[in-house]
Design a protein around this ligand. Structure first.
Ligand SMILES: NC(=O)c1ccc[n+]([C@@H]2O[C@H](COP(=O)([O-])OP(=O)(O)OC[C@H]3O[C@@H](n4cnc5c(N)ncnc54)[C@H](OP(=O)(O)O)[C@@H]3O)[C@@H](O)[C@H]2O)c1
Length: 289
């Protein structure tokens, strides 16, 4: 059985490749950067690497040939809609038996999140393609909290526009494991999986957790969305990514990304990793000595 993993060098996808190989499945990795993929999977056999542009019809015909199921997971960029839609068209042309799309919590045409609106557009293209598919809508990745690491390490504080909004989190390692299970098991396919870890936090509550883990006071400083935009732009962040980042905070305030579900725990058959575990493992990045 062969599975195609698109964007296989990505944070989620690379873990999926490893779980599939551990289960004995053959993996075809579609990437834009062959050298990066060869390094990432140097210790694995059974991974075939295909590289090139994700809108190259000939490449896609080779990529989807003989594949049982594929994971659609291109990283966030202004090109994501175009690339994922081209991949969906390639899959439909090849009559792929099943496509698993990595979408996002809060996906919807009226989402407060830029990523939510972007994924809604891709989801609707997928629905129109007629391809059998499954939608994965994971919560915010715990890794997003690393955006606070440098300011906390430097000044025991970080700033944002989400003083009260609750955010549910998922550890990418759990997401990768669960995604591989869905790819391999047709009984888990179809419909929507809303996956989160066991808990949700406001930013001030994350500050309390960090204070406990680091052994000194850490604070969250509330600023307006406009102040956040200006601060990110001043760091040289491209406009599109500024909007993506700020809408994660305004989306939290709108209450759209704080729900916790038990679906991931039920699927994995164990408690998913917590935010506290993630922050403790990464305490050095937040300045722990
Ligand atoms: N971050 C969150 O909190 C969160 C929450 C829920 C859902 N999601 C969704 O999860 C998905 C995957 O996220 P991720 O963090 O695992 O992805 P990622 O690591 O950022 O990237 C995944 C892959 O996409 C490739 N890629 C990015 N831009 C590309 C381009 N223009 N052309 C070709 N390849 C490109 C990357 O290639 P390289 O390795 O060469 O860079 C990588 O292989 C995204 O759709 C995101 O919206 C994210």
């Amino acid at each position: 059985m062969t599975f195609l993993i698109t964007g296989a060098t990505g944070r989620t996808s690379a873990g999926v490749v490893r779980h599939l190989r551990a289960a004995g499945a053959d993996v075809r990795a579609l990437v834009r950067d062959r050298e990066k993929a060869e390094k990432a999977f140097a210790d694995l056999d059974g991974v075939e690497i295909l590289d090139g542009a994700f809108d190259d019809g000939d490449l896609l015909a080779r990529a989807f040939d003989g594949v049982e199921a594929a994971l659609l997971a291109v990283g966030s960029s202004p090109d994501q809609i175009r690339l994922e839609q081209a991949l969906i068209d390639g899959a439909a042309k090849a009559r792929l038996p099943h496509l698993v799309k990595l979408s996002s919590i809060g996906a919807g045409p009226d989402s407060a999140l830029l990523v939510g609106r972007l994924h809604a557009e891709i989801e609707s293209h997928l629905a129109a393609s007629g391809l059998p598919h499954t939608l994965l809508r994971p919560a915010s990745f715990s890794n997003n909290l690393l955006m606070a690491a440098a300011p906390v390490a430097a000044a025991h504080s970080w700033a944002g526009a989400a003083p009260t909004g609750r955010v549910s989190y998922i550890d990418i390692r759990d997401l990768s494991e669960a995604t591989a299970l869905v790819l391999r098991d047709p009984a888990l396919q179809g419909g929507i999986h809303d996956w989160t870890g066991p808990d949700a936090y406001t930013a001030p509550e994350v500050a309390e957790l960090l204070s406990r883990i680091l052994g000194h006071a850490v604070s969250y400083r509330e600023v307006s969305a406009q102040e956040r935009r200006s601060a990110l732009a001043a760091l040289g962040t491209p406009e599109w990514f500024v909007e993506l980042r700020v809408s994660l905070e305004t989306g939290a305030e709108s209450g759209q990304i704080g729900a916790v579900t038990t679906a991931l725990r039920e699927l994995l058959g164990r408690e998913p990793r917590t935010v506290e575990e993630f922050l403790t493992e990464n305490a050095a990045l937040f300045g722990a000595r």
